[in-house]
Design a protein around this ligand. Structure first.
Ligand SMILES: NC(=O)c1ccc[n+]([C@@H]2O[C@H](COP(=O)([O-])OP(=O)(O)OC[C@H]3O[C@@H](n4cnc5c(N)ncnc54)[C@H](O)[C@@H]3O)[C@@H](O)[C@H]2O)c1
Length: 690
């Protein structure tokens, strides 16, 4: 047909095969080729049935999202689907890999679907702030009922072929060659003269009962987000409106979302995430080093979680502790973690055993000598880390990547404890390490390009989102977070209460406010560090002195009922705050939520600007990705730097100037980059005119 679409014959069966690497996105050329292939097979009386299949690693994994926001180029996916539905002979979609988004919608328009056992199908559009816009919201409910369809559409999570088969989405699971299996399947259809029934013509599963409740449960935690609400509306339309009308409404909803701010922000993050994997200064074609086995040093909170990441990815990992007891405790925690997942239905018991068997605990550091990638996660103490790295230098095999999970310490100083600084870097995981997707890769002054490439490749293998950053205190995420913490404390002194600050921040879209987060992490850690350094944080220190260590003691900035993690306002905390304010001679005033949000966000943007000035982060988008995946920044607001660009940097500059003057805190003065860009009327992301 064209460079992407091939049409061949197997006797009376036509096979249309698309080959558009890497994921067979449904770009214009593919759509045009499909329409042409369908036209020819329809007009050819010797063709009895048509198979639509894809070459390479997957069936169509979705639309070509680079086309979003551009003028549509005919034929659109709707026209391909119309051509399929107009076929007077059976059309079978043959699925492998991931049939996602528009790809799955195309398959839903076919008369039949067959798949290999490893295939998955899904409608992930909601993850880009969209809804399936090619009939998915109308066809899927007709196939599997509105409730289940809504679940797939609102979560965006795909299902396995076996589940799809059990639900009746797929007619057959094919063993062996997929195309051969699809041909054999369709020959039986033709021989049996099976009637051709389109999904759009079915309505036996369209029951309204229970839908409203299911929709409420599924979207309860997604308030403020336009796409999930639109998904609910579209699926409800499938129940109450005739097919064509439902389809038309779906199109209208899609067009509204695609032009809206939320989807634009989510698409920004999608592209920024992919961009973040491209690290400057790494020559094209740099190969990651071989990575077959790993080791983790320290079986504490982070070490255990990191070991789980390796085991989850099928990589054998050796974990080292200082004593049998501590080792056992660490491994018991890992096992307990897995058991919780199993009891919640997230993991098969057999798979848990398999993963646990990949984790090998030892108490001798010598055992890491075989590992390709070593991650140190011992206490946050420079001397200890240096000793560990000096030992690793002696023990680790040549070419192994030696990584530290430090949150703050100087990676270059740690690297200098070895005679192979080119192999040393930071891999900064976030807690809980087996859950949080962000991985900050800290590149030292001497780190070799292929060591960075290995860490990026590892991050991907562990299903993380790797972002490479430079060495500085706190790297990107925690360095910006520290600015927010200072300002949060200042808000308390000036008149706000923890519950007001947290409500403003969760109202903005974060899952948790700064004070609930502090309670979760524990207030005592920072208190001990401050004591050691002779520093003070008046409110937090006063709370710690009164035994408020956070969730672990049932009281911190909030109080907690026994066995509950719900933060409740605490009158005792309020008294403490008022006392500290009064001692400092501050006249408290009510602080409106808008001001709280500005003061929680703008100082972080300011620090982000300095981070860019210093070259610690490569792109504003990298910072956005860090905040979305590591700190719960609401993805539909696109990350702090994107958000600042949308507001306009003049606004950020003016408000920061005001807050700097009011507080006397010079660090709140707008960064040079903000002042310069604002004066030029530009944003962080707009390229400088050359
Ligand atoms: N906890 C977090 O939220 C978090 C997040 C990111 C990074 N980090 C960093 O990760 C590292 C570990 O933090 P954690 O919270 O897991 O601490 P932790 O105290 O829970 O665990 C540290 C473990 O290292 C062990 N250890 C100490 N010396 C050792 C040695 N020489 N050989 C082998 N094991 C040794 C200890 O026995 C302990 O079990 C620190 O650098 C920390 O800053 C922590």
């Amino acid at each position: 047909m064209n460079a992407s679409v091939d049409l061949r014959r197997d006797g009376e069966i036509a096979v249309v095969t698309v080959d558009n690497p890497p994921v067979n996105a449904l770009k214009h050329e593919v759509r045009a080729g499909l329409v042409e292939g369908l036209r020819r097979t329809r007009d050819d009386a010797t063709v009895e049935a048509v198979i639509i299949a894809c070459a390479g690693r997957t069936f169509f994994a979705g639309a070509d999202i680079t086309e979003f926001g551009k003028p549509p180029q005919a034929p659109g996916l709707g026209e391909v689907i119309a051509a399929i539905e107009a076929m007077p002979k059976p059309v079978v979609a043959a699925l492998h890999g991931t049939a996602l988004g528009g790809g799955f919608e195309l398959a839903l328009a076919c008369h039949f679907r067959v798949a290999v056992a490893g295939a998955r199908v899904g409608l992930p559009e909601v993850k880009l702030g969209l809804l399936p816009g090619a009939g998915g919201t109308q066809r899927l409910p007709r196939l599997i009922g509105p409730e289940k369809a809504l679940k797939m559409i609102v979560t965006g999570d795909p299902i396995e072929a076996r589940e799809a088969f059990a639900d009746g989405v797929i007619e057959e699971i094919v063993d062996g060659d997929l195309t051969d299996g699809a041909i054999a399947f369709v020959r039986r259809i033709v021989a049996d003269r099976r009637p051709l029934r389109l999904v759009r013509d079915r309505d036996d599963k369209l029951v309204a009962e229970g839908f409203a409740d299911a929709a409420e449960v599924l979207t309860r935690r997604l308030r403020g987000r336009e796409a999930p609400a639109a998904c609910v509306e579209a699926v409800r339309n499938a129940i109450v409106l005739p097919f064509e009308e439902g389809l038309q409404r779906e199109g209208e909803l899609f067009r509204k979302l695609v032009a809206g701010d939320q989807s634009k922000a989510q698409r920004h993050i999608f592209f920024a995430e992919r961009e973040a994997a491209r690290v400057p200064g790494i020559p094209d074609g740099t190969k990651p080093r071989p990575m077959a086995t790993a080791a983790v040093i320290g079986a504490g909170t982070m070490g255990g979680g990191i070991a789980m990441c390796f085991a989850n990815a099928g990589i054998p990992v050796t974990i080292v502790e200082t004593s049998r007891d501590l080792l056992q405790r660490g491994i018991d925690r890992v096992a307990a973690n897995y058991r919780t997942t199993v009891s919640r239905g997230g993991l098969a018991a057999g798979e848990m055993e398999h993963r646990l068997a990949l984790i090998h605990g030892v108490t001798e550091l010598d055992a890491v000598g075989a590992a390709d990638f070593v991650i140190e996660a011992v206490f946050e103490e420079m001397d200890l880390k240096k000793r560990v790295f000096a030992d690793l230098d002696r023990i680790a095999k040549a070419g192994a990547v030696l990584a530290t999970n430090t949150s703050t310490l100087d990676v270059d100083a740690i690297a200098r404890a070895t005679k192979r600084p080119q192999d040393v870097l930071g891999t900064h995981f976030f807690s809980p390490a087996n859950v949080m997707r962000l991985l900050e890769i800290v590149r030292g002054a001497a780190t070799a390009p292929d060591a960075v490439a290995t860490a990026v490749a590892l991050g991907r293998r562990l299903d993380k989102v790797p972002v490479t950053v430079g060495v500085c205190y706190g790297f990107v995420g925690n360095r910006m977070l520290a600015r927010r913490s200072v300002e949060a404390e200042r808000l308390l002194l000036e008149g706000a209460l923890p519950q007001e600050v947290d409500a403003a921040v969760t109202g903005f879209g974060f899952p948790m406010g700064p004070f609930a987060m502090a309670d979760m992490a524990g207030l005592d850690v920072g208190w001990r560090i401050r004591k050691g350094r002779g520093e003070r944080n008046e409110i937090e220190d006063a709370l710690c002195e009164a035994g408020h260590f956070g969730q672990k003691t049932g009281k911190g900035y909030f109080r907690y009922e026994a066995g509950s993690r719900t933060p409740l306002p605490d009158p005792e905390v309020e008294r403490t705050i008022l006392e500290v304010s009064s001692r400092a001679g501050i006249a408290r005033r009510p602080i409106p939520p808008e001001e709280i949000v500005e003061r929680m966000v703008y100082p972080m943007v300011n620090e982000g600007a300095r981070i860019l000035e210093e070259g610690i982060a490569t792109r504003p988008g990298d910072i956005d990705v860090i905040w979305v995946y590591g700190y719960g920044w609401p993805v539909w607001r696109g990350g702090p730097m994107y958000y600042a660009d949308r507001l306009g940097l003049a606004q950020i500059r003016d408000r920061l100037t005001l807050y700097a003057e009011r507080s006397g805190d010079e660090t709140l003065r707008p960064a040079t980059r903000i002042s310069r860009l604002a004066a030029e009327g530009r944003g962080f992301a707009s390229p400088a005119p050359s």
